[in-house]
Structure formats: structure tokens, C-alpha cells
Design a protein around this ligand. Structure first.
Ligand SMILES: Cc1ncc(COP(=O)(O)O)c(C=O)c1O
Length: 356
């Protein structure tokens, strides 16, 4: 039995995935196997007809993302965003009322929510000095945890996790747990990706998305990158047609060379605007800390987060209060917007300052 089979619950090991019409037959001329309507309705320009079910894992999409990410298509699972990838990992590897996962707050909230939704205990191992990983505690807790979630660049702090720390955790948990690195914001600091470690560590899983730098949050398209055996297990649990046809068309366009050039230009513009936003935040005396960020947002601390939040909302400016997260008392997270949006945020901050 492989190490992965050993950590995979029995009911998933024995699961025979739903044999959809598309999975049973992938080539043919006359398609009468899926109770589809044979009459294609009109589709908007650039989109394929939609009367047929999409492929389970569209080859065109996997090839396009594999080329972009520098990995093999068979190491990918396309999902409806990272959030679906997280949910599939929980449901594929964790058993209700038995298993546990580790997450490292302050961080993205869905690791804990997904675990708890599925009756799996979520153990927090908070970030320590400089918001880096508490490696000894993670390794110690890992002996009873199937999944370990790391987020780099991390949301909401915007910082990158130490690479050597990640390697230490990967090494210590080899053959025992999956280490999942959420790289939702990786395009903003591409050189820090853990993808170089995929060949060496079969317990590494990377989560990626088109929601951030690619500007396609509304499309709902993400990817799990992992070794083939992990991908095969996740495929068993996945919905039979997770990626709608129009999503495939639009995602492939985004992953073409002109699409990637467009994304790169957006990232450069966001970097410029990030500097403007950073300089602007420094002007306000009620902003007590601005945390260095490599991503498209800033976390900053103020004297009274709730009061500022309310003032901004009354002015039509919506940012995010992070104060309820561990270690983030009176902090807010603001996304890097357009110059116009930053100017409006600045005006509202000025109006708040004037009435202090
Ligand atoms: C760290 C992190 N992971 C995942 C997600 C969700 O990604 P997706 O839109 O691909 O589901 C977010 C969204 O804010 C995020 O901040």
C-alpha cells in the first residue's frame, strides 16, 4: 500500500467515481449518450456551443495552465476556484469526527470553515515572530493531522512564508501528511513559489487561482497542483463536470500568451498603485502600523478599526475589518484599487481624520 493510500480514508479508497457519459466515451461522431439537446442555441462571440456537457477535466485548459505554471498536465486538477480545491482536499482525505487539519492564523478563513463544515477538527498553530511559521509546533501537531495549510503570500498579512521553514515541514511530514501551499497571490511575487519543490516532495500540494492577478474572480477557476496519485484521489471526489464550457473558453484565452502579457501588465500597474497607497497610508497619524506586503492589498493598524470602518462605509468605501483574527487587533485590510479608487479612499480617510 502506498503512503497516500494509507492516509486516505477507506470509503474514499473504495469509492468508484460516478461514471459520467463524457468520462465513458471521449471520442465519437454521433453523440446520443448524455440526454443532451442536439440543437445548439446561439452563443456569444468567442464561446463554444453549450448544448453538450464539458469534458470532466478539459485537456485544452489543463495544457494551457500546465504551460503557464511549468508543470505537467497530469499533475493538475481544474476546480471552481481554490475554495473548491480546499473542499475537495478535506472531503478526500479527512474523516468526520476523526481527523484534523492544521492552519496558521492570521490567515485565509476557508481552511477552517471547510474542515468544520465536514466535521473535521481545525487546529490553529498561530504564526509567530515576523508572522513566520511555528515550525516545531506544526511538526509536533502534524503527527495527528492529515492536512497542513500554509498560505504564501499570506492573506491578510501580505507577507511571504520562509522557504526553508516550508521545506522543513515538508521533510518532517513526508509519507504522513499533505502540506498544502495556497498560492492565490503568487503572481505578485512569482519567484517565491513552492512549485520548484513538487518533484522532491510528493506530499506537497499547491493551490492556484485565476481570481487574483488574472482578474477573473467572477469566472471561478482554480487549480490543484500535486503528484498524480493525489490528483487521481481528488478526481474521484470531484463533481463530474466541474468546469463549465464558457469558463474553459475564457480561462484558455487568459492563459494564452497575450492573456499572460495582459496579466503581467496588470500586476505591474498594481505594484505602482500599491506604492501610491502605501505612501498615502503613511500620511495619517491615526494609522499606527502598515504591514509590508508583496500582494495586492495592505494590512494596517489604526486606533479604532470599528469607527474607521463605519466612517468609510458611510462614505461608500468598503474595506475589510480583520480585527477578529488572532493577533490582529484594530487592523483593516485594503485592496490596491485603481488610482481613482485610491483617491476616493484617501478623501474618505481625510474626512475621518478631520472629525477625530
Ligand atoms: C489566500 C486565498 N486563497 C484562496 C482564495 C479564494 O480563491 P478562489 O477565488 O480561487 O476560490 C482567496 C480569496 O480571497 C484567498 O485570499
Amino acid at each position: 500500500m502506498t503512503w497516500l493510500a494509507e492516509i486516505t480514508p477507506k470509503h474514499i479508497q473504495n469509492l468508484v467515481p460516478y461514471s459520467s457519459a463524457k468520462r465513458e466515451a471521449s471520442s465519437g461522431e454521433v453523440w446520443l449518450n448524455a440526454n443532451e439537446n442536439p440543437f445548439a442555441c446561439e452563443t456569444p462571440a468567442g464561446l463554444s456551443s453549450m448544448n453538450r456537457y464539458p469534458e470532466f477535466q478539459p485537456a485544452e485548459l489543463l495544457t494551457a495552465y500546465a504551460r503557464y505554471a511549468g508543470v505537467k498536465p497530469e499533475t493538475l486538477l481544474a476546480t471552481r476556484g481554490i475554495d473548491e480545491g480546499i473542499d475537495l482536499l478535506t472531503r478526500s482525505f479527512c474523516e468526520k469526527d476523526k481527523d484534523q487539519i492544521i492552519y496558521c492564523p492570521p490567515t485565509y478563513g476557508m481552511y477552517k470553515i471547510s474542515a468544520e463544515t465536514n466535521g473535521v477538527e481545525a487546529i490553529p498553530v498561530p504564526l509567530i515572530k515576523d508572522w513566520q511559521l511555528d515550525v516545531p509546533t506544526i511538526i509536533e501537531t502534524a503527527s495527528s493531522s492529515k492536512l497542513i495549510y500554509l498560505c504564501s503570500p499570506n492573506n491578510p498579512t501580505g507577507h511571504v512564508l520562509d522557504y526553508e521553514d516550508m521545506i522543513q515541514i515538508l521533510m518532517a511530514t513526508l509519507g504522513k501528511s499533505l502540506v498544502i501551499v495556497d498560492e492565490a497571490y503568487i503572481e505578485f511575487k512569482a519567484e517565491t513559489s513552492a512549485s520548484k519543490l513538487l518533484d522532491e516532495y510528493p506530499n506537497l500540494v499547491i493551490l492556484r487561482t485565476l481570481s487574483k492577478a488574472f482578474g477573473l474572480a467572477g469566472l471561478r477557476c482554480g487549480f490543484v497542483i500535486a503528484n498524480r496519485e493525489i490528483i487521481t484521489t481528488l478526481q474521484k471526489v470531484s463533481a463530474p463536470y466541474p468546469i463549465p464550457g464558457p469558463v474553459v473558453d475564457l480561462a484558455c484565452k487568459a492563459l494564452s500568451s497575450s492573456g499572460i502579457d495582459g496579466m503581467t501588465r496588470d500586476v505591474e500597474n498594481i505594484w505602482k498603485n500599491r506604492q501610491i497607497l502605501n505612501d498615502m497610508l503613511k500620511e495619517f497619524s491615526f494609522v499606527t502600523s502598515i504591514y509590508p506586503s508583496v500582494a495586492n492589498f495592505f494590512l494596517f493598524q489604526v486606533q479604532d478599526a470599528q469607527a474607521l470602518m463605519e466612517a468609510l462605509i458611510n462614505d461608500g468605501v468598503v474595506i475589510r475589518n480583520q480585527s477578529s483574527q488572532i493577533g490582529l487587533n484594530n487592523t483593516l485590510r485594503v485592496t490596491v484599487g485603481t488610482e481613482l479608487e485610491i483617491a476616493k479612499f484617501y478623501q474618505s480617510m481625510k474626512a475621518y481624520e478631520a472629525q477625530l
